[in-house]
Design a protein around this ligand. Structure first.
Ligand code: LMR
Length: 328
């Protein structure tokens, strides 16, 4: 099967596998969907793996499975609750089955940049959201940054009207569905691993993502160009199951969580740089990047922002107000 082949290739390539862990070590499988290079999450996951395996050798053994080689994001949280995987970092858009609180982060033009996202997450409101799924068996351990999203399609996008009638891939978020509908597009929820093929074959016409994802998955090669809209944030929740965390001895859990928080701080401060480098790499590879005039950008704001009203009941007007106070 494809999965078995992928696994065989991974093993042949000498990538880490759980077989490399010693008897008696707590095996931590960390499943994610992006590439490892020039990518904020990929780099952070690799650093976490390296530090856990260096500093907790003999106690804990982490194995990272990138590139959707273990699970897609729509499967990974169920697998976690079954105990088949211990760590994941899906985007905040992918928790709808568990909580509607994170919809705040998907609302278009809610945050002007990742520093504003960071400040909200660090606030009491943001920290309380880490615990919002405990009842469902999931514990947020921290937020990892990717960056702001850009729009791309198989034709130039300068005004929101240019998106009229186009099919757009979105992550599995009803907010993002509403956002694409607000500009006259037809949104289609789809796993990250399927986007390149869908763009290439014309199943969808366009998509939105960060520079690092557009570069890492080569979306720019099968699109007319990318428009720098910075219209929304794509950020991650590092998540584990409550049961698994409870199963760890307190000193082991403390050491693990300390490493986690140090890696989070170290890599979050670099995420904007990583995305800017991915943007430059797209341009260097011949990809087209378009800028908006202030008037054009305002037209996107005017078209998309009414979406807030549709979801203010889910996220709470108080949260929107708190986010806007931080964003000011
Ligand atoms: C996406 O599905 O586009 C992203 O959530 C992928 C990722 O993990 O950055």
């Amino acid at each position: 099967t494809a999965a078995a082949t992928a696994l065989a290739l991974t093993v042949t390539a000498g990538a880490a596998s759980a077989d490399a862990c010693d008897d008696g070590e707590i095996v931590v499988k960390f499943s994610h969907v992006t590439n490892t290079d020039k990518h904020p999450k990929g780099i952070a996951a690799s650093l976490l793996e390296q530090r856990v395996n260096d500093e907790m050798n003999g106690t804990m053994c982490m194995v990272v499975y990138p590139n959707s080689t273990l699970y897609d994001d729509n499967k990974v949280l169920e697998a976690m609750l079954q105990g088949d995987v211990q760590l994941a970092a899906p985007s905040l858009s992918k928790f709808e089955k568990f909580t509607k609180q994170f919809r705040l982060f998907d609302l278009p033009f809610m945050f002007k940049n990742i520093d504003a996202v960071d400040a909200f997450q660090a606030s009491d409101n943001g920290q309380a959201m880490l615990d919002s799924m405990q009842r469902r068996g999931l514990q947020g351990l921290g937020y990892w940054h990717n960056g702001m999203k850009q729009m791309s399609a198989n034709k130039p996008l300068l005004m929101p009207e240019d998106a009229n009638g186009l099919k757009f891939r979105v992550q599995s978020s009803d907010v993002l569905v509403a956002q694409m509908e607000a500009i006259g597009g037809s949104p289609q929820k789809m796993a990250f691993s399927e986007v390149y093929g869908a763009l290439q074959q014309g199943v969808v016409d366009g998509q939105e993502n960060t520079w690092s994802n557009i570069y890492g998955r080569k979306f720019f090669e099968v699109q007319d160009g990318v428009t720098e809209t910075n219209h929304g944030a794509l950020d991650y929740l590092v998540v584990a199951s409550v049961d698994w965390l409870d199963s760890l001895d307190a000193d082991v859990r403390d050491q693990f969580l300390t490493i986690m928080s140090e890696v989070t701080d170290a890599r979050n401060s670099e995420s904007t740089k990583v995305n800017n480098e991915a943007k430059e790499a797209i341009i260097a590879a011949g990809g087209t990047v378009r800028q908006l005039t202030p008037e054009q950008r305002q037209a996107w704001v005017d078209a998309m922002k009414p979406v807030w009203e549709q979801f203010s009941g889910d996220v709470g007007q108080d949260m929107i107000d708190a986010a806007q106070a931080i964003n000011a």
